[in-house]
Design a protein around this ligand. Sequence first.
Ligand SMILES: NC(=O)C1=CN([C@@H]2O[C@H](COP(=O)(O)OP(=O)(O)OC[C@H]3O[C@@H](n4cnc5c(N)ncnc54)[C@H](OP(=O)(O)O)[C@@H]3O)[C@@H](O)[C@H]2O)[C@H](O)CC1
Ligand SMILES: [K+]
Length: 481
Amino acid sequence: MEMIYDTHEARQIDEWAKTSGLPLEVLMERAGSEIAKQIKEHHDADERILIVCGTGNNGGDGYVIGRELIRDGYDITLHAPFGEPKTATARLHTRYAEKFGLVAEGICGQYDVIVDAVFGTGFDGARFTKSVTDLFAWVQEQQQQGARLYAVDIPSGIPTDQTSDFSGKGLKADATFCLHAFKRSAFLVKTAPFFGQLKKIDLGLPAFGGWSLYDESIEPLLTRNPYGHKGTYGTGLLIGGSETMPGSIQLATRAALRTGIGKLQVATVPSAQLGLIINAPEAMILDQTTETIQGIVTQVDVAGIGPGLSSEFTSEWIDLLLRQDIPVVLDASALIRDSYPERQAAIVVTPHIGEFARMTNQTVAEVQDDLFEQASAYAMLHQVIVVLKSHVILIAKPDGGGYVIAGASSGLAKGGSGDTLFGLITSLLGQRKHYQHLSIERLIAMGVSWYAQASKQVEQRMHPSSIVATDLIEQLGKVEG
Ligand SMILES: NC(=O)C1=CN([C@@H]2O[C@H](COP(=O)(O)OP(=O)(O)OC[C@H]3O[C@@H](n4cnc5c(N)ncnc54)[C@H](OP(=O)(O)O)[C@@H]3O)[C@@H](O)[C@H]2O)[C@H](O)CC1
Ligand SMILES: [K+]
């Protein structure tokens, strides 16, 4: 799994390497050489390559890249608009690069490739001087004339952790070589478009830190025990639907049935019951009353409540579910609590970004700016698992870390997707016994990954604008792992 760091974690791993005997000079050497290798794979020695270096270690990486390319006969111009690097590590590499004839010079004419080694994680967004603005404008002109732009670690001008003060100004790379770990801003809505293609550069350091990009195979979810029976795969209870919103519980039910649950009980209103008889005859249908819910809740392995629900008893039913020793999934209309009881079994909340903003008394923009921290803070404070649905999906763990699932189809940005994901998550948690070897958060991450992969496959046969939740549910069964 690929790690996602904030500035603090990036500094910590440097410090760890240093105290463990691996100096920063070596990390810089690895970073620069690996990036140079990748540039050589895509560009010939006769292309004009410009490396723009800043005064920190990001600039130092640039000197190593230049040296490695010049050594192989590439046509390199190194430009240091703010003067020579100031850090001891970068200066060491500057001196060494001089031995290969790499010295800073002026810029002239059009370049084929520009390497942005101006600012990395040390950029101070509060200082946007005219010289920085002019440099960015010049690089953008070069791009308009056809230059390809590669950023080292982070595109210059882009913050690392959160975007509340982001001016919107920064270099927009075709690809970014992310050193050791991705940085959080590569997944934030305002800054992600500046990164272009993300390319991870391995510096040989151990994985460390709280957040990672989930990229594991979903194979375990697609395999079944040949000796199992319906009891092996648990019984789920879904509570949702109302006279005015009968559709969402149908989608949730169908998604749960397509993702392996052994038995499914659905407590809903009469108009939604009719739809379920036709569209999901495999589910068992219950009346949506306190008595029925009370009666069934002791017999199920998981309960999910919320989609399309509109009842004066919602809060009472949530309490009822939380008193059982089973995982509980809260979605949509059931996202109404500001505290949760201490309990052994997991509580999972699955808000979209607007619901999460309401739950935390913030604006959507405030949540988007600091997505990781916001999700973590809620999960840690309430000791719940947060599945936060935005342009990426974050699964925040109560211990402060979490998983990011990226790459789902843009076609999912419409009604019905959340109901589908809710049904899928509830179904998988009902099968906990079968998936004992996975932590609950990994099981959820794998489920979200299943959903994202299915959406990508639907895109192969229809335009994202046309994709509806039903297409996705049908595709779940065709994903190959
Ligand atoms: N483990 C790793 O991932 C490794 C990462 N490396 C690289 O190191 C950088 C971080 O290096 P750092 O020196 O901390 O910071 P930067 O190079 O990004 O920037 C600091 C210099 O930039 C100047 N600066 C900052 N903001 C501005 C601004 N608004 N205007 C002008 N100049 C600015 C700053 O100047 P000061 O006046 O504040 O001193 C600094 O000189 C990381 O991103 C990686 O690329 C290692 O190479 C390998 C290990
Ligand atoms: K950079």
